[in-house]
Design a protein around this ligand. Structure first.
Ligand code: SF4
Ligand code: SF4
Length: 322
């Protein structure tokens, strides 16, 4: 190995140890550090009033401005030095772009969940999740407005940004899953779609809940469709398995979203339970987050991820591309 290659290899090993190996060892031994991720309801405003919205079922208590959020986030980071990830929700978070613009620098990773009705800001460092509620007819019925679907496709098909779809499966759209995957896969620049199930919320209609049998069938369908669409279905097989009726309770009765994260109200106070709020029915939780977090701290996942990362980096190093 030449001296130059030795130096190059040394420089490549450091980020691997710092950004991958050390965090994975912490996950392996301690799990997620408490307070390492938060969700922020950045605004109490939304330009829509969807059929299934949990947000407007919650008490709203006023909002913080950009300076208020900056100081709140600094406080949180003092209490939780491992805080690295923020999911910006609402309301429609892009109605309060200035707050996200000012505060996203405090996190290593930022997700913005949007209804896609506004052009996406040019933020290549952020991951956007656009809500897709089924095919055009189902989406516009759920969202109670005509013309939204094509507008959302236009705004969110951005090759220069990282945009993923998020489909919340309900009794109104469950029959359109394959059509949605095919359409967005073949006509847009979306990186993939992940799937949630409607979580019953006290005070909202239970009609949108599809029942356990249908949920298990849908999860099998997604597993099968992965054979055709690969990672465009942005869910690991293990996460799909964990969401099934036989495994769900073990995940939700020890929900890592609730235990290790914080969900902040528009006023910067901590919400009970999770971003879905205190009225969510945990036993029928369909949110993908607790299942994904559970998967991330399972030991076989950590070993596999570390091995994959090591293989990827070694191959790049050998090609002199790292
Ligand atoms: S777009 Fe989101 S926040 Fe707005 S009403 Fe619909 S579900 Fe609620
Ligand atoms: S609704 Fe789901 S994500 Fe929220 S606290 Fe309950 S189990 Fe966790």
């Amino acid at each position: 190995m030449s001296n130059e290659t030795t130096i190059h290899a040394g420089a490549a090993v450091k980020p691997f140890v710092k950004h991958h190996l050390i965090p994975q060892m912490i996950f392996f031994t301690l799990g997620f550090p408490k307070g390492s991720f938060i969700s922020i309801d950045v605004t109490d405003q939304c330009n829509l009033r969807c059929e299934h919205c949990y947000f407007f079922e919650q008490e709203q208590e006023g909002t913080l401005d950009a300076e208020g959020w900056e100081s709140r986030i600094k406080d949180l980071k003092k209490k939780s030095p491992f805080l690295y990830n923020c999911t910006w929700v609402g309301g429609e978070p892009l109605l309060s772009k200035a707050i996200i613009e000012k505060c996203k620098k405090y996190f290593t990773s930022n997700f913005v969940v949007t209804n896609g009705t506004m052009p996406l800001p040019d933020w290549p460092d952020v991951r956007f999740h656009v809500s897709i509620d089924g095919n055009e007819a189902a989406h516009e019925k759920m969202r109670r407005q005509k013309g939204l679907y094509q507008l959302m496709k236009k705004n969110c098909s951005r090759e220069d940004l990282h945009v993923t779809g998020a489909m919340c499966v309900t009794s109104m759209n469950v029959d359109t899953i394959e059509e949605v995957i095919h359409e967005w896969h073949s006509t847009t620049h979306l990186k993939g779609i992940m799937f949630d199930f409607y979580t019953p919320i006290q005070g909202l209609s239970d009609d949108l809940w599809i029942g356990w049998e249908r949920r298990d069938q849908t999860l099998d369908l997604l597993k099968n469709l992965k054979k055709k669409y690969g990672n465009f279905i942005a869910m690991e097989d293990r996460v799909i398995e964990l969401m099934k009726s036989k495994n769900s309770k073990k995940v939700t009765s020890n929900c890592l979203f609730e235990k290790k994260g914080r969900s902040m109200t528009t006023k910067g106070t901590v919400k009970e339970k999770c971003m879905l709020g205190p009225k969510a029915d945990c036993d029928r939780c369909g949110c993908v987050v607790p299942y994904y977090l559970h998967y991330r701290v399972e030991k076989p996942t950590i070993v596999q991820e570390t091995w994959n990362e090591l293989k990827k980096r070694t191959s790049l190093l050998l090609k002199n591309e790292l």
